[in-house]
Design a protein around this ligand. Sequence first.
Ligand code: 6PG
Length: 242
Amino acid sequence: MNSNIHIFGTPEETARAVAELILMKAKEKNKQSLPFNIALSGGSTPKLLFSILSKEYADSIPWHFVRLFWVDERCVAPTHAESNFGMTYENLLKNVPIQDANIFRMLGEADPEKEAKRYQTQLETQLPARNALPLFDLVLLGMGDDGHTASIFPDNMGLLHSDSTVTVSVHPVSGQKRITLTGNVINQAEHVIFLITGSSKSTVLKQIIQRKNKFSDFPASYIQSHSGPAEFYLDQAAAAEL
Ligand code: 6PG
């Protein structure tokens, strides 16, 4: 199995492995007295990771050096049930000593086009740059069972190579507007991690990892990090067809 593929028995073991990686990377930056700039995805998969970070890593991760950004956000209020920020606050932010000044929320309640522009400017002012793109230390991604990642969907693959680092996208089924990072800024990151669990992802994941069948139709197929392939953290159910 490729060295960038990490398979664990259960969703909890998988999430804990990602938590350990975040701890290690945050400590590395802390030793250099540098901030750890991480972009988080939403959806349901990260909830277990956030719960483990809250219960087991509240005292070990140097949270005062962590600066949180988002990969994407639904265009709803932060108190809405579908808000990625709201989910992150309930499962992580209210439980760890991260400073409000280090939380860079996408404003789901704002005008989408204006917010995309505002957030793009915020990335330019708040992050170091490499190749004229904002540079994250770590981008945590999920994957939908249609092979989307961030809010880059199969019907809008152009967002993978957009000149904008942040843009507005539309969920192809619900029509819900989203604010999302685009492919170039994700692929620029030092480390890109997919956290994927559950059997509903296994068939698409096989195609993406093995570059077979319809892999070229899936946005997640085009995601990597600055230095090489993205890292996949999978439970056995998601990896069942590999
Ligand atoms: C979002 C996410 C999205 C998510 C996938 C997987 O806003 O929904 O950023 O890209 O990672 O849709 O979602 P689940 O974790 O719920 O399967």
